[in-house]
Write a protein that binds this ligand. Structure first.
Ligand SMILES: C[S@@+](CC[C@H](N)C(=O)[O-])C[C@H]1O[C@@H](n2cnc3c(N)ncnc32)[C@H](O)[C@@H]1O
Length: 222
């Protein structure tokens, strides 16, 4: 299920501030040459994340799920020169591709890639992070959330991607016919329910692209 009408999304993209040509090169190359290019966040989501990063004046970002480096570079463009993105992935082939693109770009020096599984790497990192982008294996989404909430800076936020899962998270959705996809539906429902039921988190689920959950710690306003 396409969540947003395609023409509406194209119009929104045409009027929004967008990632640079360096990012466009990654997007184009990935769509033409890399299996799984549908995993890219794409221009609409990149523009929205850029807005969030600017709003909170983010300096330090943690990303889970590098792929070919598109989302990391789009985020790097909204950090100051001394800003830093740590991005984690298990796939050394796509990470090598990503590094090649970053090395040729104006903002790639802000990105530090770590090869390995998110669950192994997160405990080796020190916070605080102003922004965490969770876009790796769905099975571990809930653990990624639980592990990174305590690492957030006071105004920090977490964005979790694909939380609508093509509409499959709806209670009356039927099986997709793929065991893996159906299992992932359950993992995503689990994290969505966890946030909805938590009194320690403030969450807003946005129907942008495949669904983005924006999460902050519920802090006192006084
Ligand atoms: C949806 S893609 C990331 C897309 C990227 N954020 C973008 O938009 O440019 C998911 C990535 O998660 C990675 N991944 C899968 N399991 C992982 C794990 N256990 N730890 C870290 N990364 C993992 C995959 O190799 C894949 O590159």
């Amino acid at each position: 299920m396409q969540i947003t009408d395609k023409k509406i999304e194209e119009y929104c993209i045409s009027k929004s501030s967008l990632p640079s040509k360096d990012c466009l090169s990654i997007e184009e190359y990935t769509r033409a040459n890399v299996h799984g290019a549908g995993m890219l966040i794409g221009k609409m989501e990149a523009s929205f994340i850029g807005f969030l990063l600017r709003s909170i004046k983010a300096k330090r970002v943690l990303e889970l799920g590098t792929f070919t480096g598109y989302s990391a570079l789009t985020m790097a463009e909204h950090l100051p020169d001394n800003g830093e993105i740590i991005t984690v992935d298990i796939n050394k082939v796509t990470v090598a591709l990503a590094q090649g693109f970053w090395d040729k770009s104006a903002n790639g020096h802000k990105i530090k890639s770590m090869l390995g599984s998110g669950l192994d790497i997160i405990p080796t990192l020190s916070g605080p992070f102003d922004f965490v982008f969770i876009d790796a294996d769905k099975r571990n989404y809930i653990d990624y959330l639980k592990l990174t909430v305590p690492m957030l800076s006071p105004n920090g936020m977490i964005v979790i991607d694909n939380v609508l899962w093509g509409g499959q998270v709806l209670p009356d959705s039927e099986s997709t016919g793929s065991d893996l996809r159906d299992r992932n539906t359950e993992f995503i429902r689990m994290v969505n329910d966890y946030i909805a039921e938590s009194t320690d988190l403030y969450g807003t689920l946005m129907p942008i692209r495949d669904g983005m959950f924006l999460v902050q710690k519920m802090l006192s306003l006084n």
